[in-house]
Design a protein around this ligand. Sequence first.
Ligand SMILES: [Mg+2]
Length: 220
Amino acid sequence: MTMNMNKTLLLDIDGVLVRDRVLLDHVKNNIVSYVHKKVPSHKNPYNLNNMLYKIYGHTAKGLKKVYKLDTSDFDTEVYDIHVLEHLYDFLETREFKNDSEIVRHVLDIGFDVEFLSNSPLVWSEPVKYAIDRFRIKNKGAYEKPDFDTYLKFDPSREYIFVDDSINNLLPTLSLDNWNQIHFSPTKKSHFIDTVSSMDELLKKIQPRSDRPATSSSDTR
Ligand SMILES: [Mg+2]
């Protein structure tokens, strides 16, 4: 167990711990509505949002840069009561509870677990509470993929960074103490380790000695 003491598993939330398509589309619809409200002259807010997200990594940041708009109301507009209730429902699902168990196991074998998400606390805190209120670290919204974001982390620790966006993983390739894992249920990346489930992630990071006994040696 002590061999993991210096290791931190950094988890993205959307696309990794929260993968429900309907829920993620709900968030996205709210973002598209926000874009439409802020830039009503644009004929296709859906495409505009995709473009801003792709180039700037965050819609609000893109709106600020391109249109010089005040986007300080982004989080309150996007993460409204309806989408939060939708999140709370998702946190009760079997799928999420299974993944939570895996994250708690990672904590049990000595890893630190921390969220590295661009989402605000109103979104990430319920996820944290549902998994492990006290042991998971969650310092709030980051700005991936800005390089400065990654420099905020302790250079003396070993990080295993799991994200569903290659763009977010790429800047960390130049940091010696960071390992990258692309979370993708569908596509395999050729130059970054890919996992398609939390089960697979656990197998990848868990040293053999920490694995629970297999059923053949189970005496129950
Ligand atoms: Mg993500």
